[in-house]
Design a binder for this molecule. Structure first.
Ligand code: CTP
Ligand code: MG
Length: 236
């Protein structure tokens, strides 16, 4: 009898940022959006999916919000584990989280890294990603083909128009095997290479993550005016 287990899928949500660009009273992942804290949307989506075994959320060591939030959400009990190991950057928070869960995951298990600041992820997008990536050797991410004309600026004026052919905007979740992603992020950190998402660490190993067409709704709530837009989508 084989003892090799089938790969499982876990969600890992970095939620240790402070939301500098939002300039709100509290970290943006805890701001109320259409009646719920922003972070709750992603937790609910993962908890409701049969395709996700468990969710880990990485918060800052001195986070004063997560315990109160979760104690008010008994339906999430048992679906999410809080890791108080956030770091100085998103990538450090992700890597710290991966290290904390190493005894619970096998190298071949999938990790779906998803920004707490993308509350509009839904089960349809999640299933599209998983269906496209489950059999893939490298892994991949939700992303959107660029539709706008792109300009490169120099001191506030157009220097040149950049071709949008073949350009995509990366979203999350980004889905990679636990062992590969951990190795890729460790290597990028040691070399101080600038990684702004999980896929770029994989790319630095010479691999080519798969792009899976996402949805504009799955945007990252970053600036104050994004709140109103997110609420329109959430209420609609
Ligand atoms: N994040 C994290 N640890 C950090 C920085 C960011 O876990 N040190 C998380 C954020 O909480 C967020 C996600 O990474 O869920 C995407 O980051 P971003 O949208 O940039 O959030 P912030 O860094 O909080 O916002 P800002 O850059 O405006 O400060
Ligand atoms: Mg940030």
């Amino acid at each position: 009898m084989s003892t090799i287990s089938l790969p499982r899928r876990f969600a890992l949500i970095p939620a240790a940022g402070v939301g500098t660009r939002m300039s709100a009273r509290l970290p943006k992942q805890y701001m109320m959006l259409a009646g719920k804290p922003m972070l709750q949307y992603a937790l609910d989506t993962f908890a409701a999916s049969d395709l996700i075994a468990h969710t880990f959320v990485v918060v800052s060591p001195d986070d004063g919000y997560i315990d109160d939030m979760l104690s008010a959400l008994p339906h999430l009990q048992g679906t999410v584990t809080v890791l108080r190991h956030g770091g100085d950057s998103r990538q450090q928070s992700v890597l710290n989280g991966l290290h904390e869960i190493r005894t619970q995951l096998a190298d071949h298990d999938w990790v779906l890294v998803h920004d707490a600041a993308r509350p509009l992820l839904d089960n349809i997008m999640l299933e599209q990603l998983i269906t496209a990536i489950d059999g893939d050797k490298v892994g991949g991410l939700l992303a959107l083909p660029i539709v706008d004309t792109l300009k490169r600026s120099h001191t506030g004026r157009v220097q040149t128009t950049v071709s949008r052919d073949e350009l995509w905007a990366a979203q999350t979740p980004q889905m990679f095997r636990y062992g590969l992603l951990t190795h890729a992020l460790e290597r990028a950190m040691i070399r101080s290479e600038a990684v702004t998402d999980d896929a770029s660490a994989i790319e630095m190993l010479g691999m080519q993550p798969k792009l899976v067409a996402g949805n504009p709704r799955n945007f990252k709530v970053t600036l104050e005016h994004d709140i109103a837009l997110a609420e329109i989508f959430l209420k609609g």
